[in-house]
Design a protein around this ligand. Structure first.
Ligand SMILES: Cc1ncc(COP(=O)(O)O)c(C=O)c1O
Ligand SMILES: N[C@@H](CCCC[NH3+])C(=O)O
Length: 443
């Protein structure tokens, strides 16, 4: 990203105003080189320590093009629903590199996973052990699995995105003996092959100590499993959660620091317990897609309450980025058509939805924002498109992939017709008339 001679923001070698002219706003822009570089940074950081696999958490941003890029970069893929699995398979992602997560996978999803031969199902709970065993029995298949463990590690992050603490809906609790009971239950199944353990302590984490601590706990569990069951598990998946820069105060670490925290702890703990080094898997999502994305909006209406606040509204908001409303997340932004000017005016950026909480950014300095200006919001590649909605029957934005001055559409903008695509009029309400609507005409 840079500011060009016209003072405009440029990403992937393209002036964002050209992108707006061609694709309209709101617009998700994904910088291909940034996305690929992030894949490689994690892959290389862990590869240095030996046998490892980095898998991209596709809940962050899932679409066919993203899956293809991830595959090309040699990563695996974490999917968490039939929809994400379907997307991956339609992108010809090798099934053996797919890890299927989720705390309540349905019967149909498990059938789909086993039939399509996903590499690992990450089993979350006792009900799922039974369900998956049953699916395998009926399909005449075996399935390699990991068990998701809740290690009881509290990471300092938002209440709604931490997952490692004891009081969590995810995984087998370590503290009450459920984790060992789960191993015992799996050992008694005919069709499930226990390959290893998984844990995930939360998201947007900056403390590498939390990962080191979780690693220690997981190796202790591996040792206990060896003692009790004579089973030396081959894989340890330490989850994702690596934090990124959104706004001042965020201090992201380097992928190498994460690799070091996990791998050096793993090395010393396995040695101390006379265990073989397991293959390590990590599944970052936000840190791969987040920094590679920006969203472009057009500014429209504004409202000034003297002495209180000035609101400037964008043509999107919580429908394309629900994170500020959901978690109070903060973002940085610039007026893309005056990116070279000092931000001189304090405003709050409102979304267009009928919700007072639909505020994209409270209190940000922008360069003299006017209707028609293009606002570029940074670090929106993760959990924006994937968490978008049609609230207020607002269509989802398009997404373009930019690289070396070229822009390719990778997700089409939702049309009005898309919005009613699944609506059905029961016979008794049918009107029989075809209504002509004036929509889409450009003035
Ligand atoms: C099991 C699991 N793995 C990986 C991730 C990816 O997390 P992040 O995007 O924070 O790296 C998540 C989301 O928090 C998750 O729940
Ligand atoms: N969706 C969350 C993170 C949750 C990750 C999934 N376990 C976010 O936007 O920060």
């Amino acid at each position: 990203m840079r500011i060009n001679a016209q003072g405009h923001l440029e990403v992937g070698g393209i002036d964002v105003l050209d992108l707006v002219r061609e694709f309209g706003t709101p617009l998700y822009v994904l910088d291909e080189e940034g996305f690929r570089a992030n894949c490689r940074a994690f892959r290389d950081a862990f590869a240095k320590y030996g046998h490892s696999l980095v898998i991209y958490a596709s809940k962050t941003l899932s679409c066919l093009a993203a899956c293809i890029i991830v595959e090309e970069e040699g990563l695996g893929l974490d999917v968490v629903s039939g929809g994400e699995l379907y997307t991956a398979l339609r992108a010809s992602f090798p099934p053996e590199r797919i890890f299927f997560h989720g705390n309540n996978k349905t019967l149909d999803e498990l059938v789909m996973a086993v039939e399509s031969r996903v590499g690992r199902v990450v089993v979350d709970n006792f009900y799922e052990i039974e369900l998956l065993e049953n699916v395998c029995e009926r399909l005449g298949r075996t399935q390699n699995i990991l068990l998701r463990i809740t290690p009881g590690v509290e990471a300092h992050t938002h209440e709604y995105i931490k997952t490692g603490q004891i009081d969590s809906k995810f995984g087998f609790t370590l503290a009450n003996g459920d984790a060992l009971k789960a191993v015992d239950t799996v050992c008694r199944t005919k069709n499930l092959r226990l390959m290893g353990l998984h844990c995930h302590i939360g998201s947007q984490i900056f403390e590498m100590d939390a990962y080191a601590h979780a690693t220690e706990i997981m190796v202790d569990l591996l040792a206990e499993i060896k003692n009790r069951f004579g089973l030396e598990l081959e894989e340890l998946n330490m989850g994702g959660g690596f934090g990124i820069y959104y706004h001042s105060g965020d201090e992201p670490r380097q992928p190498e620091e994460w690799a070091k925290a996990v791998m050096s702890t793993l090395r010393s703990k396995t040695e101390a317990n006379a265990l073989r080094m397991p293959k390590v898997i990590v599944e970052p999502g936000r840190a791969i897609a987040g920094p590679a994305g920006i969203t472009l909006y057009t500014l429209g209406s504004y409202k000034e309450i003297p002495g209180v606040r000035k609101y400037v509204a964008v043509d999107g908001g919580m429908t394309d980025n629900p994170r500020p409303a959901l978690y109070g997340s903060k973002y940085e932004a610039v007026i893309a058509n005056r990116a070279d000017r000092e931000p001189d005016e304090l405003v709050s950026v409102a979304g267009r939805c009928c919700e007072s909480g639909d505020m994209l950014i409270w209190d940000i300095k922008l360069s003299h924002p006017q209707p028609g200006d293009i606002l570029a919001v940074f670090a929106t590649g993760a959990y924006n498109y994937s968490m978008s909605s049609n609230y207020n029957r607002v269509g989802r934005p398009a997404m373009v992939l930019v690289r070396d001055g070229q822009a390719d559409l990778i997700v089409k903008r939702e049309s009005y017709e898309d919005l009613i695509r699944n609506d059905v009029i029961p016979e008794r309400l049918a009107r029989g008339d075809v209504v002509k609507i004036a929509a889409g005409k450009k003035l």
